[in-house]
Ligand binder design. Structure first.
Ligand code: SAM
Length: 288
């Protein structure tokens, strides 16, 4: 083991690496990469650049779609006999639209410890700066490349609540945005390109407008598309009024409005105006 390498507990370390800006690696990720017996990479040349930047000399081997089934049993054996193996992908978090799921599952089934070493992922980076609601979201990965399958794929998200997040390539972006508009309606959306890199750009607008903007353009670089949630249907007016009347008999206008806003997911200002009107229209001596 090298002098600057820490001693690691045996197990599989699922390690996130930068999605563009090399500075986004964590201290712990560098320590784990230095301390592991072996680094499993999606592409050894890609990971070599990161290792050169952080003086990581650990042996590396490829673990990707083409050899995964063949090498997985050997890796699991190595883990079972006490190895400390680090899994990285070309960028971001392994398993997120990247290889690694079957290895993690088999390691878990073999009773091997699996440690997450968290860090960047394009889905989270895009969501965090998009302005799209972030309390609930669904990550859809890459849509299918062919039109028919892609349209069906987006249809499957039509009733999904919360923000939708997809990965897409520049040459399919325009067609994909048009299919999203047809399947999901003309919702607000954000195209996040080249996150953490020099040409990082956010394009914001309705899906239809973005689809025409990108219809004949093939933006360079890596892309995440975020689609805002479907607009909630307006709450039934008589239901809101009857709730407010009940609330106003027990609490202040402000408190009743806050309770209605919470219950019906409506803006507080609208709930307050309604509560005021109900209170003021109540006959003298009569409770609203
Ligand atoms: N495992 C990675 C992660 O955690 O984000 C994702 C790997 S997936 C094969 C690559 C896709 O992620 C790209 O085609 C793009 O859609 C998205 N992506 C990765 N890096 C990005 C970046 N810097 N800016 C925008 N999108 C990015």
């Amino acid at each position: 083991m090298r002098e600057d390498a820490i001693s690691l507990k045996p197990g599989l370390y699922v390690t996130a690496t930068p999605i563009g800006n090399l500075g986004d690696i964590t201290y712990r990720a560098v320590e784990i990469m230095k301390g592991a017996d072996l680094i499993l990479c999606e592409d050894t040349r890609q990971t070599a650049k990161l290792c050169a930047a952080y003086d990581i000399k650990t042996p590396r081997t490829a673990y990707q779609e083409h050899n995964a089934a063949r090498v997985r049993p050997e890796i699991v054996k190595r883990l079972e006999s006490g190895g400390a193996v680090c899994l990285v992908s070309d960028a971001g978090t392994p398993l997120i639209a990247d290889p690694g799921f079957k290895l993690v599952r088999e390691a878990v089934e073999a009773g091997v410890d699996v440690f997450p070493v968290p860090g960047p992922s394009a889905v989270i980076a895009a969501l965090s700066a998009s302005g799209a609601p972030s309390d609930r979201f669904t990550f859809g990965g890459f849509p299918p490349p062919k039109k028919g399958a892609r349209r069906k794929f987006f249809d499957g998200f039509a009733d999904t609540r919360g923000t939708l997040v997809f990965y897409e390539t520049g040459n399919r972006l325009g067609d994909s945005l048009a299919d999203m508009k047809d399947a999901l309606g003309d919702r607000e959306a954000v195209v996040a390109r080249e996150l953490t890199k020099i040409h990082e750009t956010f394009y914001r607008g309705a899906l239809g407008t973005l689809a025409s903007d990108f219809a004949d353009a093939t933006p360079k670089g890596e892309i995440v598309v975020l689609v805002f949630p479907k607009a909630e249907a307006a709450p039934d007016e008589s239901e809101v009024n009857s709730f407010l009347c009940g609330a106003l008999s027990q609490m202040s206008v402000k408190e009743a409005a806050a309770a209605a806003a919470e219950k019906f997911s409506m803006p507080r200002r609208i709930a307050y105006e309604r509560a005021l009107a109900l209170r003021d229209n109540a006959a003298p001596g009569e409770k609203p």
